[in-house]
Design a protein around this ligand. Structure first.
Ligand SMILES: *Cc1c(COP(=O)(O)O)cnc(C)c1O
Length: 354
């Protein structure tokens, strides 16, 4: 093992603060965090230390020029009472894609995956036992040069923090098809989990939330014709007996780990899944002729979220009651069964922690 992971434990656990029946996402963080620093072209050994505030110079690069990327992963309490992480290697690979595009250093697999495994082992008590709950894991990397000149940074910090997450209640979401603002365009950073992608979406999100919608379905930057994704979730449409999701070829869409899992499981079941450009016109035509059966988003945070209503300009597409959605309900149950260890992990997706 190249890295020795030092563990500096908190003197007294804060676990008593965790009310499992009333978990509010992102408010409470587990006892420990992982920290590693990059300097002179190498990553130092990671340390697991008590979760605490960090002190940074106001000139720290990422605060000014946005070299900041993150990941989202979850650990689940399995049927035997153990703890397991879902597909952390996929997140590691994706983090390195984000890092490359943002001029940030590659993270060794051991640092990311083994560092995460060790952190979750130390804080295993924070993985809720209540049904449907999980421990959300947030790895991130920031540029930490103390320098306000514009240039790619040379010093970076990688950290992992975790926060208990409640069962996600998949109330159908109301989606607004955005054709004024643009999230991503070819050659940009749409396929990265860069902090700036989120920053750029806050104002459009505020606007549509004022109008009563939950989230935006983004369209391409040239014609505003082809749908991309929901900004925290990839999107799927069930049209007739086919499942259609936008392809990743333009580099404008985040390659979701949930998206990949959904496609894999559906194909294995014998369902036809098409990854290809899909236009809002095609979706509207399918809605009008009755072949648009289901529409849903996928992501680590929400798992699988049904789209109840899709609004494009003044056209409102109201989908049928979610209870009747065979595909979405099957995929959600199947995915959850694998995540929580109720179903065999035939894909080697699950990393057992303890
Ligand atoms: C994280 C994210 C997703 C979902 O990816 P998962 O790996 O399934 O969690 C989708 N779109 C964007 C923009 C994201 O940042």
């Amino acid at each position: 093992m190249a890295y020795e992971i030092k563990v500096n434990k908190i003197p007294q656990s804060r676990i008593a603060q965790l009310d499992q029946k009333n978990i509010q996402f992102g408010r409470l963080y587990a006892d420990h965090m992982l920290v590693a620093h990059y300097e002179d072209g190498v990553w130092g050994s990671p340390e697991i230390v008590p979760f605490e505030n960090i002190s940074l110079s106001p000139a720290t690069t990422f605060m000014h020029y946005g070299q900041a990327i993150f990941e989202g992963v979850k650990a689940y309490r399995n049927a035997e009472g153990g703890v397991q992480i879902f597909r952390p290697e996929s997140n590691w690979k994706r983090m390195n894609k984000s890092a490359e595009r943002m001029g940030m250093p590659d993270l060794p697999e051991e640092l990311f995956v083994e560092g995460m495994r060790k952190l979750i082992e130390v804080d295993a008590a924070w993985v809720p036992t209540e049904p449907g709950c999980s421990l959300y894991i947030r790895p991130f990397m920031i540029a930490t040069d103390e320098f306000v000149g514009v240039r790619p940074a040379t010093k970076f910090t990688f950290m992992i923090i975790t926060s208990p997450a409640a069962a996600y209640y998949s109330k159908p979401v109301s989606i607004y098809v955005q054709d004024e603002f643009v999230r991503a365009f070819p050659g940009g950073i749409g396929m990265t989990k860069a902090a700036g992608n989120y920053g750029a979406c806050m104002y459009p999100a505020q606007q549509i939330q004022k109008m009563g919608y939950d989230q935006i379905l983004w369209t391409d930057g040239f014609e505003h014709k082809y749908v991309q994704e929901i900004g925290t979730m990839n999107v799927f449409f069930v049209i007739g007996d086919k499942v259609i999701t936008p392809d990743l070829n333009a580099g404008t869409i985040l390659a979701g780990v949930t998206r990949d899992s959904v496609i894999t499981l559906l194909k294995e079941k014998g369902v036809t899944v098409e990854e290809r450009p899909i236009s809002i016109d095609e979706i509207e035509a399918a809605y009008k002729n009755g072949s648009l059966k289901e529409a849903f988003g996928t992501g680590t945070a929400a798992s699988v979220a049904p789209i109840g209503k899709l609004t494009f300009h003044t056209d409102v597409m109201q989908l049928r009651p979610v209870e009747e959605w065979e595909t979405m309900n099957w995929i959600k149950t199947t995915l959850d069964d694998i995540r929580y260890g109720r179903k065999a992990d035939n894909h080697n997706w699950v990393l057992k922690v303890c």
